[in-house]
Ligand binder design. Structure first.
Ligand SMILES: CC(C)(COP(=O)(O)OP(=O)(O)OC[C@H]1O[C@@H](n2cnc3c(N)ncnc32)[C@H](O)[C@@H]1OP(=O)(O)O)[C@@H](O)C(=O)NCCC(=O)NCCS
Length: 153
């Protein structure tokens, strides 16, 4: 596995990959399209970035992050193609992103997932995140969103 930041050369491969995994994300009930960032925003913004996991020249995983989200780090999203899950790849990529967010000077890092997503909740706990808030009925199917944070000791 090699890791590459999103750049103008790999963005079309990344978009193909993302079309395959986006159905696995449980969308918000009230989704505000004006707040949605495009992948091009990730190329131009200083603090937004995407780290890609690449195997045999194919994008198989990604993690999007923000090194300065209201003065905190944010792990925006993470996902792998189905056959690359459950092999430690998610944890390895997430650890790399956590290192980037900590090196940027963040003493607090936030992330979120939905209540039935136990694999991402286990992943976050392994990284030292703790659940601090629940937003009820926040997802398209009525599920809650769980907010997690990591804090420097
Ligand atoms: C959430 C997600 C990114 C996790 O990635 P992953 O690669 O499956 O995670 P890992 O393989 O690192 O960890 C999963 C399990 O494999 C285990 N594992 C770790 N290394 C392993 C290895 N070398 N071989 C086998 N299993 C291993 C982990 O211990 C973990 O076990 P647990 O679930 O009982 O805690 C992945 O499930 C995914 O893409 N889901 C769809 C999108 C999504 O829901 N994203 C999160 C939204 S916030």
């Amino acid at each position: 596995m090699r890791y590459e930041k999103l750049n103008p050369k790999n963005i079309s491969d990344f978009k193909k990959f993302f079309n395959a995994v986006k159905k696995d994300f449980l969308q918000f009930r009230k989704f505000d399209p004006h707040r949605k960032k495009t992948f091009e925003d990730y190329l131009t913004s200083k603090n937004l970035n995407i780290l890609l996991a690449i195997e045999k020249n194919k994008v198989v995983g990604y993690s999007a992050y923000d090194t300065n989200y209201k003065g905190k780090g944010k792990l925006i999203g993470i996902g792998f193609l189905r056959k690359h899950r459950g092999k430690g790849n998610g944890l390895k990529l997430a650890k790399k992103v956590m290192t980037i967010l900590k090196r940027a000077g963040n003493k607090e890092i936030v992330t979120r997932t939905w209540e039935s997503n136990s694999s991402s909740q286990r992943l976050f706990k392994q990284l030292g995140f703790k659940k601090y808030k629940t937003i009820k009925n926040d997802r398209a199917n009525g599920e809650s969103t769980f907010l997690f944070r990591w804090r420097k000791e």
